[in-house]
Write a protein that binds this ligand. Structure first.
Ligand code: NAD
Length: 294
């Protein structure tokens, strides 16, 4: 009888339809996306540009102050997903004029900006804090934190103008922070400070954008094998100790750029329409508890 009742419920017309927040089909269909820090071959930026292109973006901007690989990345995306417009920009993510220019270009060409993935970053000096120069400290803050402030400052108003085909704008600003910005760690003081600033900024900006339809989230990777960390992995391989990397992680390994890119895709898509002002740790569980050794 219970089985029958459930069957009746399922086929009955009294069951309200699920309120679908995102259309079926390509996950970022028609969206115009800016990705910074996109040059690195192993990097999170390039992997994310692939995710956005694969899942239906109309245009992807590949931006980086090092443009040595940008044209090659563009050709690759063009060959894999020919319908996507790819633009490359040599640009310093902490230069306000450059940030404004790329946002203005998106608005001029497409009349919209949907996703700004502020991902460019550098790692600070790995020295005891007493040995770090003030200039080096400020440089890390400039690249890692000021860049996110500028991205939000210029992307948010542009996203609010993105209302041609939508009742409300649905912009998403994603800033790459780090688990180093969430917890203390033995790494670099300027780096941790710069990433904590990104987390706090994402939360504050999310509140200040209340009611505008623009969401802001910080993405906090754990240890990922990219251009930034290649030196760690290469040295460990040379020593034969690479098997030890990630041993304290519950998943017993470091992460891949694509594993961060897939979360960036989710945060940039309307599927995450109720995710706002959050710091998303994507670290295999490392920051969930106290690492232990068995
Ligand atoms: P990566 O070095 O492979 O890529 C970083 C990219 O940023 C490079 O292409 C670099 O040229 C670019 N860049 C640096 N300064 C710039 C500037 N001023 N303007 C424009 N572009 C600039 O490293 P990644 O790991 O892919 O780094 C992406 C983001 O992820 C960074 O913000 C980094 O701090 C963060 N992150 C990385 C890890 C990790 O383990 N790899 C962990 C946590 C957070």
């Amino acid at each position: 009888r219970r089985v029958e009742a459930i069957g009746n419920q399922l086929s009955g017309s009294s069951i309200p339809a699920i309120h679908k927040v995102a259309p079926s089909g390509p996950r970022v269909a028609g969206k115009v996306v800016i990705v910074t820090g996109a040059n690195s071959v192993l990097g999170i930026g390039r992997a994310s540009a692939h995710q956005f292109a694969e899942h239906g973006a109309r245009a992807v901007y590949l931006c980086d102050y090092d443009d040595s690989n940008l044209e090659a990345h563009k050709r690759e995306i063009n060959s894999l997903w020919p319908k996507v417009d790819v633009h490359t920009r040599k640009f310093d993510a902490a230069d306000e004029k450059a940030v404004k220019e790329v946002v203005d270009d998106a608005l001029a060409r497409y009349g919209r900006l949907d996703v700004f993935f502020a991902n460019a970053g550098i790692v600070g000096p790995h020295a005891v804090f007493t040995d770090i120069d003030a200039d080096d400290f400020m440089n890390v803050l400039r690249v890692n934190s000021l860049s996110v402030f500028l991205a939000a400052k210029h992307a948010a108003p542009a996203m609010q103008k993105t209302s041609a085909d939508k009742p409300k704008p649905s912009g998403s600003i994603i800033a790459t922070a780090s688990v180093a910005g969430l917890r203390s760690n033995a790494g670099s003081t300027p780096y941790s400070a710069s990433k904590a600033a990104v987390v706090s900024m994402a939360q504050t900006v999310a509140y200040q954008l209340a009611g505008t339809g623009v969401r802001v989230n910080a993405l906090c990777p754990g240890l990922i094998e990219t251009g930034m960390t290649a030196v760690v992995f290469d040295a460990a391989r040379a020593r034969g100790t690479d098997g030890k990397i990630g041993q304290l992680n519950p998943l017993k390994r470091a992460g891949h750029a694509d594993e961060i890119a897939r979360v960036a895709l989710f945060l940039g898509s309307d599927e995450s329409s109720y995710v706002n002002g959050q710091a998303w740790a994507v670290d295999g569980g490392l920051s969930a508890g106290h690492p232990y050794v068995r």
